[in-house]
Design a protein around this ligand. Structure first.
Ligand SMILES: NC(=O)C1=CN([C@@H]2O[C@H](COP(=O)(O)OP(=O)(O)OC[C@H]3O[C@@H](n4cnc5c(N)ncnc54)[C@H](O)[C@@H]3O)[C@@H](O)[C@H]2O)C=CC1
Ligand SMILES: O=C(O)[C@H]1O[C@H](OP(=O)(O)OP(=O)(O)OC[C@H]2O[C@@H](n3ccc(=O)[nH]c3=O)[C@H](O)[C@@H]2O)[C@H](O)[C@@H](O)[C@@H]1O
Length: 447
């Protein structure tokens, strides 16, 4: 079937490429001309494992095309996917400007029936606003046009986006239209041959399902970070506790890794947006607020430990930083814990020598050239001449380290491990002062 996708970011491009890969004809539209020019030249604007190969193969096969032309885009697909950004507004609510702009475009350009499928993460009730925006565009032309609007939230994770899209546990579709159900069955049929994963529900339930899923996952992380902070003060190792509770299938092992706080383009913004929705309804969402507050505090944790280790004297110190991206296998630094750490270190007069396998360009774009930020070519250069090492992202290449070598590189020699990658006992044996997250040390507690 013919499908149009608005937006060629993480979600739009992955959706377009994956749907083309299973045989659909896909036209991806973006207002960002430079992005479309790059895509047409075979360049992928984001780092996402496997995406470049998938896009190229499907472009070559003639199933995937790109455009900036709204008329072509609306004319192309019977399904019109909206996968544009919903960044946080100043008050934390989701900014629907781009979603409603696409809806307006569809209304202004459509002829014949269209099923408009919203994939962006949007507050409950947005489908109604999308419907109104389309209807206004149609009415302004004095024509009649038939359309439906449904919700099809996306649950992919950056770094494993293609696999998540293709093999995710469920495909949620919120609609009250049988015609939409049929079209969505046809669209996703190649993904549900082995297992019936399509879940039809009401539009509002589908919209809320997306926020509830992200809020639940963020809650697990903040809960575990809270336990880690207690473990630090109690002299217990939270990694043993994690294994102890994860083995209970009612709890499970996933999303209970303590760390330096969750980042990325979704958990922080979606938690805030859901809390904002609650406020508008005069409901105080205590748990959501606590999840966010714990995360804010957690993001300061690595800096607090470094400040303690240097007795508050960070001025002029050089801190090696391994990992800038908010998680491995991405170049995305939106709300990354590394940013909180770097900004706090700079405010305290320290310098940062940083390395990340993929996010260096993004770091330079965000912070520009500055004396207190040196971006180096590998992890070894990052620790050369440094006083301490901080690890913010669990990239595979950071997992194995010659501790004796590391001990000789660092002047203090302190290692603050925001992802609990290393064995505290081995670190200590090598003469390193090791501070993980909830590993039984009480450095933070002494603040
Ligand atoms: N990044 C992720 O891992 C996930 C994101 N989401 C949600 O999906 C939505 C999209 O997120 P991302 O792909 O990360 O965003 P993004 O910021 O990477 O990409 C959005 C794209 O939309 C384009 N755009 C803006 N206005 C447009 C318009 N009027 N017409 C056509 N294109 C337009 C932008 O130029 C940009 O290329 C958001 O609501 C997000 O919360 C959902 C699941 C996963
Ligand atoms: O709505 C979205 O955009 C997406 O948000 C998250 O995906 P993503 O942000 O790409 O990455 P995650 O793997 O969820 O990691 C988010 C943050 O939580 C942190 N995290 C994750 C898991 C964990 O156990 N501990 C932990 O600190 C990660 O380091 C990272 O900073 C969700 O996992 C996806 O299902 C969802 O579609």
């Amino acid at each position: 079937m013919r499908i149009t996708v608005f937006g060629t970011g993480y979600v739009g491009l992955v959706t377009g490429a994956c749907l083309a890969d299973v045989g659909h004809e896909v036209l991806c539209m973006d207002v960002d001309e430079a992005r479309i020019t790059r895509l047409e030249a075979g360049e992928i604007p984001i780092f996402e494992p496997g995406l470049e190969t998938l896009v190229k193969a499907n472009v070559e096969a003639g199933r995937l095309q790109f455009t900036t032309d709204p008329t072509d885009a609306v004319a192309f697909g019977v399904l019109q996917f909206i996968a544009v950004g919903t960044p946080p507004d100043e008050d934390g609510s989701a900014d629907l400007r781009h979603v409603l702009a696409v809806a307006g475009t569809i209304g202004e350009q459509m002829y014949g029936y269209k099923a408009v499928v919203n994939k962006s993460t949007v507050p409950v009730g947005t489908a109604d606003r999308v419907r109104e925006a389309i209807a206004r565009g149609v009415a302004a032309r004095g024509v009649e046009a038939e359309f439906d609007v449904c919700s099809n939230p996306e649950f992919l994770k950056e770094g494993s986006a293609i696999d998540d899209f293709a093999h995710g546990p469920r495909i949620v579709v919120g609609t009250d239209s049988e015609r939409v159900r049929e079209l969505m069955r046809e669209c996703y049929a190649p993904y549900i041959r082995l297992q019936e994963k399509l879940m039809f529900m009401d539009v509002r339930a589908a919209e809320l399902t997306k926020y509830a899923a992200n809020a639940m996952l963020a809650t697990k992380i903040s809960f575990m970070n809270e336990i880690a902070n207690l473990a630090e003060r109690l002299g217990a190792d939270v990694e043993q506790v994690r294994r102890g509770i994860g083995s209970d299938p009612r709890i499970g092992y996933q999303f209970i890794y303590p760390g330096c706080g969750y980042g990325g383009s979704c958990f922080p913004k979606d938690l805030r947006a859901l809390a904002h929705t609650a406020e508008q309804l005069d409901y105080s969402a205590e748990l959501l607020k606590a999840v966010e507050a714990v995360n804010q505090r957690q993001k300061q944790g690595m800096f607090t430990k470094l400040r303690q280790a240097f007795d508050g004297k960070l001025e002029g110190k050089v801190i090696a930083l391994w990992g800038l991206a908010f998680k491995p296998n991405t170049d995305d630094m939106r709300d990354a814990p590394s940013r909180d750490l770097m900004e706090a270190l700079w405010a305290a007069g320290a310098r940062v020598q940083a390395y990340d396998p993929e996010a260096m360009k993004e770091c330079r774009r965000l912070y520009g050239e500055r004396d207190d930020l040196v971006l180096v070519a590998d992890r070894i250069q990052a620790v050369k001449g440094a006083d301490a090492l901080a690890v913010c992202t669990e990239w595979k290449e950071f997992r194995t380290v010659d501790f004796a070598w590391l001990q000789q590189q660092l002047t203090l020699p302190v290692v603050v491990d925001g992802r609990n990658l290393y064995d505290p006992a081995l670190m200590q044996q090598a003469g390193l002062l090791y501070y993980g997250v909830g590993r039984g040390d009480s450095l933070t507690a002494r603040e």
